[in-house]
Design a binder for this molecule. Structure first.
Ligand code: AVI
Length: 312
């Protein structure tokens, strides 16, 4: 049994407002559901960033080659690298001296990338790192003294509360050296309906994605959540930019886990996930407070999403 997972779940369910950490959404079933979400009509984030990478990769590759010469290209939470492949191709086409180092807590994702990318992009060197972001960043430093470019895409920064996002950016800055680069993807504030719909897809994948965490807790930690007794509720607040997912208990009930009973009142919620949306000003502030220097911003054609290039 995964002790850390158990501890986090017990702590979260014992809190005054019950809370689960969305980083646990991604078991095998969660990965499949997230793929379905990304392919859904309503979920625009992936399409926007795909467009950015398809169109802007040659320019981005040019900056890395000119400024870094010989470097490691790290990606935090690489997934299947479907967007990054455009950048990798652009770099390989220009004979850049680099190794692609995807970092992911999913070992199967790392194996997949190491096995498949070099045959798809001949000449590409891949060294996967299976583990948590910051320990893996430290590990890279022990095996390479080359300059680093770090990708953190997909709007993953939005899954942290703004305070945690700032702490994360500060830690990222502290773990790199002057002259290194970071490319970070942010989902921008936009018409609230577009955001709301992206997290309330008609096919119900987002709902299933949230409920799947309860299923995972049952399967891996031996809890007895009755999935039918919870419903998904998502809200977007255009004043704060916070898009939040909850599971609502449909009745008063008790859930047992690890010899403890957790009581739910009717309509009590579990806080499941934040997907924070940023204004330009907030992104500049964040970079500024973490001491990054803005180099360039890459938008999609609708200007719904951006990848910001920062220099350490
Ligand atoms: C991974 N992350 C950026 C997604 C998001 O948009 O917050 C996760 C997600 N949750 C519901 N739909 C997608």
């Amino acid at each position: 049994m995964n002790e850390q997972f158990l501890n986090d779940v017990v702590t979260g369910l014992s809190a005054k407002t019950k809370k689960l950490n969305s980083k646990y959404f991604y078991d095998d079933e969660g990965d499949v559901l997230f793929q379905k979400i990304m392919q859904s009509e309503e979920y625009y984030l992936t399409d926007c960033e795909y467009e950015i990478f398809k169109g802007k990769s040659p320019a981005l590759a040019g900056v890395f080659i000119d400024q870094l010469k010989s470097f490691e290209l790290l990606e935090l939470g690489a997934g299947d690298a479907s967007k990054t492949k455009f950048l990798l191709e652009a770099l390989v086409n220009r004979k850049a001296d680099f190794t692609y180092m995807p970092i992911d807590i999913s070992g199967s994702m790392i194996t997949y990338l190491e096995d498949n990318l070099p045959s798809k992009i001949p000449g590409l060197k891949v060294t996967g790192l299976n583990g948590e972001y910051f320990p893996m960043l430290e590990k890279v430093k022990t095996i390479s003294s080359r300059k680093k470019a770090v990708l953190f895409l997909g709007g993953n920064i939005g899954n942290m509360d703004p305070d945690d996002a700032l702490a994360f950016c500060k830690q990222l800055h502290a773990s790199l050296n002057p002259g290194d680069y970071v490319l970070m993807g942010f989902d921008l504030r936009k018409n609230p309906h577009a955001i709301f719909n992206a997290y309330n897809d008609k096919a119900g994948y987002t709902k299933a994605f949230n409920l799947n965490l309860l299923k995972r807790i049952n399967n891996e930690l031996g809890a007895d959540f009755q999935l039918a007794d919870f419903e998904h509720y998502n809200s977007y607040d255009p004043l704060t930019g916070a898009c939040r997912s909850f599971l609502v208990s449909l009745k008063a009930q008790q859930v047992n886990l690890d010899g403890q009973a957790f009581h739910f009142k009717a309509n009590e919620v579990i806080d499941m996930e934040i997907s924070q949306k940023y204004s330009m000003e907030e992104i500049y502030d964040l970079g500024n407070q973490a001491n990054f220097e803005v180099v360039e911003t890459f938008f999609d054609s609708k200007e719904w999403f951006l990848d910001m290039l920062w220099k350490v």
